[in-house]
Write a protein that binds this ligand. Structure first.
Ligand code: SF4
Ligand code: SF4
Ligand code: SF4
Length: 263
């Protein structure tokens, strides 16, 4: 990219964990001679949401009508749009119960509380605008962010990760807690890149990086394994939906395993 690169960091509804993760990267300071941060409300109150940028990083899920308009505006103003983190890429954990009505969910969490904005069910950014690249994780790994940014800056395009957490788990030599302890680990269907952090601590993966793409997340095979280990269909669906609620294949594939089975 020629001259100073104009970058914007935009926040939708989220826990702000992704922004915090980015804000803690010292490497971004080294970038300042070459880049202009046009928008980043977490660090600078005088930020501009409607200025043109070369790269727009969006975190959070689209959860209000106002955010629908915001993401459209960001898209119009940006050459490259990057969805950052599970909220932006997959709708986040706040999409978990997306099959329930907004009214029911609202009442459960906020009772009769009112807000000034127009709430809606949480959705991935991609449901509204074209996203050019995704950085996975809740929050994302620093190395993934720096890799993507560095690649854009030299005028190239970062590669996607196309293998599951199990690959990194095996390479690290961790014991398989799914096979050896019967823990409901989602590593086989989850996109790698975290170096199998949770299984490394003996904790089952909950799939925070989202299902591996290219239609190769075998929800059905893993559901069969979980079923053999005694999990009910509802337990399996709940676990797999935590970060994959918007995946169109999930329910259909899990359903296959339970066809004709009385629960
Ligand atoms: S992806 Fe995770 S860390 Fe990032 S904003 Fe959403 S909930 Fe927070
Ligand atoms: S512990 Fe989980 S991530 Fe590791 S190999 Fe077993 S199923 Fe895969
Ligand atoms: S092991 Fe699973 S839950 Fe843990 S960080 Fe990696 S993808 Fe997320």
């Amino acid at each position: 990219m020629e001259g100073k690169v104009r970058i914007g960091f935009y926040a939708l509804t989220s826990c702000y964990g992704c922004q915090l993760q980015l804000a803690m990267m010292d490497e971004i300071l080294q970038l300042l001679p070459h880049a202009e941060i046009v928008c980043w409300f977490m660090l600078e109150r005088d930020s501009y949401e409607d200025e043109p940028v070369d790269i727009a990083f969006i975190e959070g899920s689209v959860s209000t009508e106002e955010e629908v308009e915001l993401v459209k505006k960001i898209r119009e103003n940006a050459k490259i749009v990057v969805a950052v983190g599970s909220c932006a890429v997959h709708g986040g954990v706040q999409s978990w119960e997306k099959d329930k009505s907004l009214e029911e969910l609202w009442k459960t969490v906020y009772g009769d509380g009112k807000v000034k904005f127009e709430p809606k069910m949480a959705e991935p950014v991609e449901n509204y605008i074209k996203v050019d690249y995704r950085i996975y994780g809740c929050p994302p790994e620093k190395k993934d962010f720096l890799y993507a940014l560095g690649t854009f800056l030299v005028g190239s395009w970062p590669e996607d990760i196309d293998y599951p957490v199990c690959v990194e788990c095996r390479l690290n030599g961790h014991p398989c807690i799914l096979i050896e302890k019967g823990e409901p680990c989602l590593g086989p269907i989850t996109r790698a890149g975290c170096d199998a952090r949770c299984p490394g601590f003996g904790v089952a993966c909950i799939g925070c990086r989202g299902a591996i793409g290219y239609d190769v997340a075998w929800f059905d095979s893993l559901a069969k394994t979980f079923k053999e280990k005694g999990l009910t269909k509802e337990e399996i669906l709940q676990r797999m939906k935590m970060f994959n609620a918007h995946n169109p294949k999930l329910e259909e594939m899990v359903e296959k395993i339970f066809q004709g089975v009385e629960e």
